[in-house]
Design a protein around this ligand. Structure first.
Ligand code: EPU
Length: 417
């Protein structure tokens, strides 16, 4: 199993290009099931979750041709299977994104229930309620969701609480429903907006994406399209924090600063200098770092996917900070590992209280999920001595060669097999 070996203490410096967003690519790939025509997607990151979804799509009958490292042509002229099996959904919950497209275009889907995962229970009841409102008949049997519909019909769907992939799933399904669908309390994440833009290019009639109310006028069919995926705001935030904790300076290219407003505002409060322009941002030296509280929230709030990385930053900032995790119930699995490296963190329910600055020292640590892995890598960069991060397959799910990007910025980091 691969591991990352990091010698801490080098200040990062240089310029790096941010990859395409994993969480925008997954729904975009699933959208290929909505049409028999070819869909061309560019800026798709070369990460394991993308390969997992491509494997599922291929089992369902999608022909995926790689046109370049980040460029794919997908066409699903004929559906060969309606099933997303347990082995795949277990590996990646986002496999559930095939549910809406399959039931909308093919009238039938059989998708394994995802079950729990390291960061929380993560049910999909909001996806299912939404599809039921559109007329799908849904049964749960043998651990699988069976969804059937002759033709979905537009409806009012109010999400009890916002859900990112739930909004994406129901929005994709509603594109092919008869009549108008109104999604209330919809997720506003840039990844949802990117998907809406792709669907519009495919012939869908969608309005209000990026707000809490999305209106979709169903059409009889969608057609092929070309689309470039947005940059990964979470990778961008991870790289900024990596530079910040090492006292470095980096420039990120290909990124949309507007997608990171809450993060940039918080980093400025912490004392970091940031400059932004059209599709770039630059972090200057901003020591000393000051502790600042943070609460994770749905977009446009501070993203839960950067909570673990922000926590490492707070271990290096002067003062006491409180981090409140509002999205997932078990997303503090990195805390015991950070403590082993010397961090002073007290956990109470959804709140972590961090006292800083504490010098970190290198240790053997184990990654538990994607963002926790990134946090441990960052801790290794800030620590004195050698850190070995085990189970980096978690990291590979969502970061495209993070270690190569960090090494190009001067980090001493190596993958060992
Ligand atoms: N929830 C329910 N019922 C539902 C759906 C969600 O109770 O039907 C709960 C979840 O358990 C969670 C909260 O609502 O506590 C928010 O979940 P949401 O549905 O918004 O999350 P998701 O769509 O499963 C996406 C990202 C996650 C990211 C979250 C929050 C993708 C593929 N995944 O997950 O990304 O953390 O939104 O922003 O888009 C990651 O990349 O590391 C990652 C976990």
């Amino acid at each position: 199993m691969d591991k990352l070996v990091i010698e801490g203490g080098s200040a990062l410096s240089g310029t790096v290009r941010v990859s395409g967003a994993k969480n925008a690519s997954l729904p975009a790939l699933a959208a290929s099931l909505l049409t028999g025509d070819e869909l061309r997607l560019d800026n798709v990151p070369d990460v394991r979750d993308v390969s997992t979804l491509l494997q599922l799509l291929s089992d369902l009958g999608c022909r995926a041709e790689r046109l370049g490292r980040h460029r794919w042509a997908l066409s699903t002229t004929k559906i060969l299977s309606h099933e997303a099996p347990w082995e795949l959904v277990r590996k990646m919950r986002a496999s559930v994104l095939v549910l809406g497209p399959l039931v909308a275009r093919h009238g039938h889907a059989r998708v394994s229930l995802p079950g729990g995962c390291a960061i929380g229970a993560r049910p999909i009841d909001r996806h299912l309620d939404g599809l039921e409102r559109l007329g799908a008949e849904i049964k749960l049997e043998h651990g699988y969701i069976e969804a059937r519909a002759d033709r979905l019909r537009g409806a009012e769907v109010t999400f009890e609480d916002a859900t990112v992939t739930g909004t994406e799933n129901v929005m994709m399904a509603a594109c092919l429903a008869r009549g108008t669908t109104v999604l209330r309390n919809a997720a506003r994440e840039p990844e949802v907006v990117d998907l809406a833009q792709l669907l519009i290019t495919m012939g869908a009639r969608i309005d209000g994406h990026g707000t809490r109310t999305i209106i979709i006028e169903g059409v009889d069919e969608l057609h092929g399209a070309e689309h470039a995926i947005i940059a990964d705001r979470i990778e961008a935030g991870t790289l900024l924090i990596a530079a910040a904790i090492t006292g470095g300076r980096v420039t990120l290219e290909g990124v949309e600063p507007a997608h990171l407003e809450a993060v940039l505002a918080r980093l400025r409060q912490v004392g970091l200098e940031l400059e932004c322009g059209k599709r770039w941002m630059r972090l200057g030296n901003g020591r000393p770092l000051r502790a600042h509280d943070m609460v994770t929230e749905p977009y446009p709030g501070f993203p839960t996917d950067l909570q673990a990385q922000y926590m490492v930053l707070m271990t290096q900032a002067g003062g006491v900070s409180r981090i409140s995790e509002q999205i997932f119930e078990h997303r503090f699995m990195h805390v015991p590992e950070l403590e082993r490296m010397g961090a002073a963190i007290a956990l109470s329910g959804h709140v972590a209280t961090i006292e800083g600055p504490t010098p970190l020292t290198g240790a053997e640590v184990t990654a538990s999920d994607l963002r926790a892995s990134a946090c441990l890598v960052l801790a290794g960069l800030a620590a004195r001595g050698t850190t070995v991060v085990h189970r980096v397959y978690h990291l590979d799910r969502g970061y495209e060669q993070l270690e190569s990007k960090l090494a190009a910025l001067g980090a001493r980091i190596e993958r060992m097999r």
